[in-house]
Design a binder for this molecule. Sequence first.
Ligand code: GLP
Length: 259
Amino acid sequence: MEVVIRPDAEDAGRTVAGIIHRAIVAGTRTLGLATGSSPLGIYRDLVRRHRHEALSFAGVDAFLLDEYIGLRPAHPQSFLEVIRRELADHVDLDPARVHAPQGTASDPRQEARRFERALTAAGPVGVQILGIGVNGHIGFNEPGSSLVSCTRIKTLTDATRRDNARFFGGIDEVPRHVITQGLATIGAASHLVLIATGPHKSHAVAAAVEGPVSAMCPASVLQLHPHVTVVVDELAAARLEQQPYYREVARCKPAGQGY
Ligand code: GLP
């Protein structure tokens, strides 16, 4: 696991966009996308790279981490719609190649299995973007999630629903259930890139990176993956004990060694 500390959120977003850009140029054709506010700077910079640096998403398939059960695809807060609005509409990513679990499927359990199969067939995902919840969740794998879980239905904690109420008219409008990639599903990607910014993420980041591997902090499962880059701003890095080491690694990076 490599921890990359950037001065601010914008720089962190640009760093992750650079990782994705290089992966696409190197031949990656399957991306894993996340929603929430953390990746928005990444998407902004990917759009800029598309417009000014000839970054093309032609032929790329994008898989989303999760979706709210009950929200129709065109609902402003469905994750499919968020990705359309923030990224797909502004680049040459074929909308038919943006894949998400369908929140309005009549049988969500079967839909979760269908999505897992589609992802496995198209995978492995080359680069998977991840955010982190303040309770350490990734995707919508809340504390207590099996570390070897596959795509399935989960029930959101009240804390997560409260956090996400800012995107809705209030907590009552936040669906209680979701379909989310499991922790094993996420772990099948070749390169996991987690972005976290702001002081409210510092506890979760420290627990995920330096704490014990535990289902109580689902993001700690990243410690078991062979290729993880955690990109944080100074505020989210604040509680990391090994900061001096992470900074030294960055300073002394061998020439040509990417992330
Ligand atoms: C949501 C998403 C996660 C995201 C997390 C943090 O619940 N399902 O993928 O990482 O919340 O969101 P934010 O980046 O807005 O803090």
